[in-house]
Design a protein around this ligand. Sequence first.
Ligand code: PGA
Length: 242
Amino acid sequence: MRILAGNWKMFKVRTQAEHFFQEVGIELVQSEIRKIVAASPTLLETCLQFATGTGIEIFSQNCAWADEGAFTGEISPLQLKELGVQGTIIGHSERRQYFGESDATCAKRAEAAIKHELDVIYCIGESLEERKTGKTFQVLEEQLKSFIPVAQKNPARFILAYEPVWAIGTGLTADEAQIREAHGFLAKKLAEANLSIIPILYGGSVKTTNFKQIAAIEHVSGGLVGGASLEPKAYVELHNCL
Ligand code: PGA
């Protein structure tokens, strides 16, 4: 399965979301590539409405670990399910970096999401400091330790995203050798846990100009794309790289 997942982060208001789907139109509907857009909570309903007929699935960018309760500022899997979204990103590095998410909270969130039949794009990746000090594989292995037991509960619901933190939004893409090495490592670890069906996406400064090369690397099933996924034309171009 080839996958293009756009992560809109905290961009766009509803009119812009509407415009995006109107521009993409029915161009991608026949393709066998799985197409996703993850949007802010206030945009989800608009996205669901206007994505109808485009073949693009709508995901949330996060999901709480509880069905309901005193969790100000959170969005619950029940609320997402009620809207009709198909899934959610969990553990994006911006959540880990700025909002205190840990491997433990990410695993709890993922578990709640699959309990409510939401698909999960689960993000992992090393920081620049960790890469520079040779800890990349140690960090990835540690992050996988929380992910694997949850993924084993329902592997078909999961997509893993390898996003080196230093490559996100910086214009610095990991080079081919770094991507090959990291994805090879993750694929081996997933195979050892009987999770080979889980696709692995690369994320971090993916652009229309580099995506074709990246997507051709072994064990890369597609991309989780931030900045470059915001414009409808670019989204279609990214899709056509797969
Ligand atoms: P970027 O973001 O493509 O803008 O680097 C990727 C991501 O955060 O998922």
